[in-house]
Design a protein around this ligand. Structure first.
Ligand SMILES: Nc1ncnc2c1ncn2[C@@H]1O[C@H](COP(=O)(O)OP(=O)(O)OP(=O)(O)O)[C@@H](O)[C@H]1O
Length: 241
C-alpha cells in the first residue's frame, strides 16, 4: 500500500462559535501532489495549520507521518510555506536561507549547494545579496518558497505559493514540484489558480466545512460534467456558468 503522509479524519475546528471545519477527511500519499481549493475563508489555511499542530483540533484526528503534530523530530522532514511571509527583513536573502537551512539541520558541507539550487528554482540567484527589506512582495513569496524547499523535505505544505509570481516562473516552479513528486515525496498545496489545480494528482474541494469532492482533476470534471476545474468549482458552489 502507498505510504500515507498526511491523514485527516473527521477533523473539526471551531473559532469561538464559528465551526470552520465540520468534518474534514483528506489523505496525502507519498508521490502525489494534492491541491486544496475552496472559496476564500473556506478553511484551507486552517486545515494546514491543524495538520501541523499550529491549531488545536476540536474533534477528529490529524496525523503527519503517522504522528500528531507538533512533533519536533518530524519538522525537519516537512517544508512549510505559510500564507504570510516570516522572513528576517534586515538580513539578505542568502542570510535568510542560511539561517533556515541551519535550523533544518542541513550540514555545512551541503548548505551552499542547497541554497544555490533553491535560489535558482525561484529565480532569486541575482538577488541573494540584497536585504529582504528591499524585496518586492513577489520576491518575498519566492524566498519563502525557497526556504520551504531547503533540505529536500519529504513533505511540502504550501499555502498559496505562487501568488504574485509571473507565469514563466510559475511554470518553472511547477516543474520543480513535479520533480519532487516524481522523487516520491509529497505535496499539499492550496491555490486560487484553477490552472494549477489541473496540474495536481488529486484535488480536494473544500466547501461548507467539508471536503465535498476529492479526486483526480479528470474524474472531477467527469463527475461534474464540465470541462475545467474552474467549472467544477463554480458548479459545486452553485454558480451557473
Ligand atoms: N485564529 C483565528 N481566529 C478566529 N477565526 C479564525 C482564525 N483563523 C481563521 N479564522 C476564520 O476561519 C475561517 C477560515 O479561515 P482560513 O484562513 O482557513 O480560510 P482560507 O480558506 O485559507 O481562506 P483564503 O483562501 O482567503 O486564504 C475564516 O472565517 C477566518 O476568519
Amino acid at each position: 500500500m502507498a505510504d500515507k503522509i498526511i491523514s485527516l479524519s473527521h477533523l473539526v475546528k471551531k473559532f469561538g462559535d464559528q465551526t470552520v471545519l465540520k468534518d474534514v477527511n483528506l489523505d496525502v500519499f507519498r508521490g502525489e501532489i494534492v491541491g486544496l481549493i475552496g472559496p476564500s475563508g473556506a478553511g484551507k489555511s486552517t486545515i494546514i495549520k491543524t495538520s501541523l499542530g499550529m491549531e488545536i483540533t476540536d474533534g477528529g484526528s490529524a496525523t503527519v507521518f503517522g504522528e500528531t503534530m507538533p512533533n519536533r523530530e518530524l519538522l525537519s522532514r516537512i517544508g512549510y510555506m505559510a500564507q504570510t511571509d516570516a522572513l528576517y527583513e534586515a538580513l539578505s536573502g542568502r542570510e535568510n536561507l542560511s539561517f533556515f537551512g541551519k535550523m533544518k539541520g542541513i550540514s555545512k558541507k551541503n548548505l551552499a549547494a542547497e541554497i544555490a539550487h533553491v535560489a535558482e528554482v525561484v529565480d532569486l540567484t541575482q538577488d541573494l545579496k540584497k536585504r529582504v527589506s528591499g524585496y518586492s512582495g513577489g520576491m518575498m513569496r519566492r524566498l519563502s518558497l525557497a526556504i520551504a524547499l531547503l533540505g529536500e523535505p519529504e513533505l511540502l505544505i504550501l499555502d498559496e505559493p505562487t501568488v504574485g509570481i509571473d507565469p514563466a516562473l510559475r511554470r518553472q516552479i511547477w516543474q520543480e514540484l513535479r520533480k519532487i513528486r516524481d522523487d516520491e515525496r509529497a505535496i499539499l498545496i492550496t491555490t486560487h489558480v484553477m490552472d494549477e489545480a489541473e496540474l495536481t494528482n488529486r484535488v480536494a474541494l473544500l466547501l461548507d466545512g467539508k471536503v465535498m469532492a476529492f479526486d483526480t482533476p479528470n474524474a472531477l470534471k467527469q463527475q461534474y460534467q464540465v470541462k475545467t476545474i474552474e467549472d467544477v468549482f463554480l458548479k459545486a458552489e452553485g454558480v451557473e456558468s
